[in-house]
Design a binder for this molecule. Structure first.
Ligand code: PLP
Length: 412
């Protein structure tokens, strides 16, 4: 039986989903359709494809729109979308050429001047900047809420203006703070707003926001979904109804992932669980090593949450695993952090995350450098903070590398 004919586990759908070899000369793997446009057999066929893609007519039972032009859609985009929809438990997914392309297309679809948007804070710096610049100029009222905000507080914030969208990034970048998706869904539901969750940090292997009441999930697919630091892509997942207008705006704005990018993404989703599980095992070992180290004053990894931590109950209810993002605070402030970063030999010094290789970065002077010092401190971003994305290398080699770099701080 073809995997498409019955609901299948994402572990199966991510390997075979969206591709029928018989439709591609028997090619086991999806070919890359490196073309900008598609030839119609007849003018009538072209007319019909446009009717379906631009929603001028309803599709007949079992009729799927054909291909027209790669800015609109491509066979490679559909493979990646089928696999990602299976991972997120969504009716549909849409792939974009970056996480910011996905987020901006979604926001431009759902917000208009005078609307209010609530967002969790801290949030990825690029998202914060987009909201505070372009969307503020478009007269969208942007309100941030921190991890201490209760469900009741959030409902009050939602009622105070014309709230149309709540955007939650959990765990938060770079602090690993957790936000309660179910509480945000209640607040959104009470005012008829859309709840969007950025699921980049845990990936659907460890967190499926739609199961907790989110309407839409967004991703920087550049990270765990792509998983090899060799592409930039983004995704939006949800019901066909929630995604319909976002799909049309993707056509209009031209933010669709290219065939080559979509191909890489579809291929990468086959190994998502294997990569993320190994990365998480490595990160869990590294986090307990760091927690015991005298030159590390604080470590944040979800495996270290204890029952008296405010995020513990949310973690138990919402997450299936702790993921592979660690933030650690080294002694000696920025100087200590720089000695540590400059001494690493296996872990690479770069921003981004979620790839097979381990990366370390310094949020104070890199991702959060444009914020004033007080704002950074308010978000928990200190001069000694290091963000570590743990890869699939040998955990022993990674621990030896981190240990050597921590020793270097003392030697100075
Ligand atoms: N969301 C999160 C949580 C991120 O970390 C990032 C990038 O780091 C983005 C969105 C933006 O994604 P991209 O860089 O693919 O545009």
């Amino acid at each position: 039986m073809s995997p498409e004919k019955r609901p299948v586990d994402p572990d199966t759908a991510s390997v075979t989903g969206g591709h029928r070899p018989g439709e591609h000369l028997g090619s086991l793997k999806p070919p890359v359709y490196q073309t900008s446009t598609f030839v119609f057999e007849t003018a009538e066929e072209g007319k019909r494809f446009f009717e379906l893609v631009y929603a001028l007519d309803e599709a007949e039972e079992g009729e799927t729109p054909g291909y027209i032009y790669s800015r609109l859609d491509s066979p490679n985009a559909r493979v990646a979308e089928a696999r990602l929809a299976a991972w997120e438990g969504a009716e549909e997914a849409l792939v974009f050429n970056s996480g910011m392309a996905a987020i901006s297309t979604m926001l431009l679809t759902l917000l208009r001047p005078g609307h209010r948007l609530l967002h969790s804070s801290p949030i990825y710096g690029g998202t914060a900047k987009l909201l505070r610049t372009l969307f503020a100029e478009l007269e969208v009222e942007v309100v941030a809420f921190g991890p201490e905000t209760t469900g009741d507080d959030l409902e009050r914030l939602a009622e105070e203006g014309d709230t149309r969208l709540i955007l939650v990034e959990t765990p938060a970048n770079p602090t690993n703070d957790l936000f309660d998706i179910e509480a945000a869904a209640r607040a959104a539901g009470s005012v008829g707003a859309t709840l969007v969750v950025d699921n980049t940090f845990l990936s659907p292997v460890w967190q499926r926001p739609l199961e907790h009441g989110a309407d839409i999930v967004v991703h920087s697919a550049t990270k765990y979904l792509g998983g090899h630091s060799d592409l930039t892509a983004g995704a939006v997942c949800g019901s066909s109804e929630a995604l319909e207008q976002i799909r049309h705006n993707r056509y209009r704005l031209g933010t669709t992932a290219s065939p080559a990018t979509a191909w890489l993404l579809g291929r990468s989703l086959e190994t998502l669980r294997l990569r993320v599980e190994k990365q998480t095992d490595n990160a869990t070992r590294i986090a307990s090593f760091l927690a015991e180290h005298e030159r590390v004053s604080a470590v944040r990894h979800l495996s270290l949450l204890s029952s008296d931590d405010p995020g513990f109950e949310i973690y138990k209810r919402q997450c299936r695993g702790p993921g592979a993002m660690i933030s650690l605070e080294v002694v000696g402030g920025e100087e200590g952090a720089f000695v540590f970063l400059n001494s690493l030999e296996v872990v690479r010094l770069a921003v981004s995350l979620g790839g097979t290789e381990s990366l370390a970065s310094h949020p104070w002077t890199m991702s959060h450098s444009t914020l004033p010092a007080e704002a950074k401190l308010g978000l928990g971003v200190t001069p000694g903070l290091i963000r570590l994305s743990v890869g699939i290398e040998s955990a022993d080699d990674l621990i030896a590398d981190l240990s050597g770099a921590l020793d270097a701080i003392a030697d100075r």
